[in-house]
Write a protein that binds this ligand. Sequence first.
Ligand SMILES: Cc1cc2nc3c(=O)[nH]c(=O)nc-3n(C[C@H](O)[C@H](O)[C@H](O)COP(=O)(O)O)c2cc1C
Length: 187
Amino acid sequence: MTRLDIVALCGSLRAASFNRMLMKLAIESAPSTMAVEVLDWREVPVFDGDLFVKGLPAPVAALKARIASADGVLIVSPEYNFSVPGGLKNVLDWLSRGDDQPWSLKPVAIASASGGPLGGARMQYDLRKVLLYLNALVLGKPEVFCGVAQTKFDASGQCTDDVTRKFAIDLMSAFDRWVRGVAKMKG
Ligand SMILES: Cc1cc2nc3c(=O)[nH]c(=O)nc-3n(C[C@H](O)[C@H](O)[C@H](O)COP(=O)(O)O)c2cc1C
């Protein structure tokens, strides 16, 4: 079986991010048939149509090329004010323009962690809406919402919650099947 080439984006930049911990757990839980590379978007400037027409800034061009070449994208993000964090939305806005935008028919899996009980659910539905418009193929199930995340990871970032660990395994094996299914459909 071919090894899938997956890239991952985290919606939080902070070092002690629970979403980064959840992303790391998902990567560690992925089947051996999948390799996951984390992409950094810290240097992406705020979208500006004038910059866009001059040519993509280097950090945007690099993200675009890597997402385009990947078999699928894992996005793990917090919810900010009931929606997608501005930084992550800004990345999606940069990578949304033109016929060669990299999301079209791209398999995507989503997970989120939050300090509150809903685990970022409202963010996920907004993110799904944006990705739908971009013609991405977002995995439907399992939905992974890690609520009250501060009780589910220890000081070293290890997940201490069996339910979250199981969700991470289930997400990544479902994503493996999803990516392969999409590839089969594309022929
Ligand atoms: C600007 C901002 C807005 C937030 N809005 C929400 C929110 O709408 N819903 C929620 O559950 N948590 C919200 N939170 C709390 C986050 O869930 C919490 O800070 C979480 O740890 C952020 O993710 P991270 O640990 O990956 O950085 C917000 C936090 C910030 C910084």
